[in-house]
Write a protein that binds this ligand. Structure first.
Ligand code: ARG
Length: 269
């Protein structure tokens, strides 16, 4: 069943690809800013049409990746573990997210270790009493997984990402509802694949084509699954598993190496 959520998004008014910090980014190909904004608005409208609340963060000139709001923090039950970006180009984004939480009734915790928020952390409130999954290998440091566990008081399971194209956890795995996930096994080390099989025997499994279409980078509410239109194979697998796919065109954001989930941070009060 769907559960109403609250999200934070940041419009891509200053979105460009002017540096390359993941294999999808090519600064020599121009981005259509107007199209990016239009597609982002359609994503926001798809979420509000499903009954969810979307808050927005003002984008800052000079921070072209700020549209990827998922990377700015990770919240669980009113406690917010702040982000600390791996690359200097994105480092200033963290302060704008911190200021957003400071304006509300959140218990914000400053991080000591490099971590990219919901890019590398996922929360499943209904799995094992409340479980955090955390990725490492490209961006977030394993030390941040232990720090998140201390700050948030939930068990954190560390998962090793091994394919540079799937550099954040949210490019290779997504929560579909409170207790189940979809993931692309080959993005993880053999040991982490084993851990995922043990924890989620009923997971939906994605293939390489699903991952390449950014089909894992989705936002689910327990019933609806918002994912980009290119991910047709993923949509079919999710429908077969009992979920309702909601396709949204998000081709311009893919030039930055992100899609639906990257653009959406969940606010868990
Ligand atoms: N260009 C951004 C970066 O490399 C994309 C971030 C995508 N965000 C995500 N949650 N996967 O950092």
């Amino acid at each position: 069943m769907p559960r109403t959520r609250t999200y934070l998004m940041c419009p891509p008014r200053h979105f460009t690809v002017e540096y390359a910090i993941n294999p999808w980014m090519d600064p020599s190909v121009a981005v259509d800013g107007g199209l990016a904004l239009k597609q982002w608005e359609q994503l926001r409208d798809a979420l509000t049409d499903l009954g969810h609340t979307v808050h927005t963060l003002d984008p800052e000139p000079g921070l072209p990746d700020m549209v990827f709001a998922a990377n700015g923090a990770f919240s669980v039950d009113g406690v917010v573990y702040g982000a600390r970006f791996r690359h200097p180009q994105r480092a200033p984004e963290a302060a704008f997210h911190r200021a957003f939480y400071a304006g509300g009734a959140w218990d914000f915790r400053e991080p000591h270790h490099v971590n990219e928020g919901e890019g590398d952390f996922a929360y499943l409130p209904g799995a094992y009493g409340g479980l955090i999954l955390a990725g490492y290998g490209f961006r977030t440091e394993p030390a941040a997984h232990a720090e998140a566990q201390d700050v948030l008081g939930r068990p954190v399971v560390s998962l090793h990402l091994v394919d540079a194209s799937y550099y954040h956890l949210d490019t290779a795995l997504a929560a579909l509802d409170d207790a189940n996930v979809v993931y692309y096994p080959e993005a993880f080390s053999p040991a982490s694949q084993r851990v995922l099989r043990q924890l989620f025997p009923d997971a939906v499994l994605a293939d390489r084509a699903d991952a390449e279409a950014f089909g894992l980078n989705l936002v689910g509410d327990g019933r609806h699954v918002v994912l980009n239109t290119e991910a047709t194979g993923m949509a079919g697998k999710l429908r077969a598993a009992g979920y309702e796919p909601v396709p949204v065109e998000l081709g311009e954001l893919k030039r930055g190496g992100g899609s639906v989930k990257c653009a959406v941070a969940e606010l868990r009060a």
